[in-house]
Design a protein around this ligand. Structure first.
Ligand code: SF4
Length: 141
């Protein structure tokens, strides 16, 4: 069983109410049971919602209380991002999932690089940071 970002399977859960379905990835995983999740929705954020980014670090820094997540209106949505990551981890642990395919560049699901002020910078999203800290292997899509 593999956890996968909901937007990658075609759920319209992105901040702007769209998806980013990845047909090739789905084809390569067609024999594997997939568990789609959207950490930002699980954290209680609406869809559509204001675009957000991490300020002052990356997802690891958010978990360590050294950075915050702010949306484009300036609202602090850090608690929702941490809650969504925790709920995603809870689901993975309940189902014994050890592997996740997550959408790249997102402040939640990004792995290796995330968007900040319109540029890609090094770092992981909040959910990716929490899952990887707990031994879940991440594949960035
Ligand atoms: S990248 Fe992650 S948080 Fe963003 S819409 Fe996709 S599943 Fe949800």
């Amino acid at each position: 069983m593999i956890l996968i970002s909901g937007c990658l399977v075609g759920l319209d859960c992105r901040y702007d109410g769209t998806s980013e379905k990845e047909e090739q990835v789905l084809e390569s995983l067609k024999s594997v049971p997939l568990v789609p999740v959207c950490p930002e929705q699980l954290g209680g954020l609406p869809t559509p919602r204001a675009r957000a980014e991490i300020v002052g670090g990356d997802g690891h820094d958010v978990l360590a209380n050294r950075a915050r997540v702010l949306d484009e209106t300036g609202k602090d949505v850090t608690i929702s991002f941490i809650k969504g990551a925790a709920e995603t981890l809870k689901l993975a642990q309940l189902l014994g999932i050890k592997e996740a395919y997550l959408k790249g560049k997102s402040p939640s699901c990004g792995s290796g690089t995330i968007w900040k002020r319109g540029q890609l910078v090094q770092g992981d999203g909040v959910c990716t940071a929490l899952l990887s800290k707990n031994g879940i292997r991440i594949t960035c899509v």
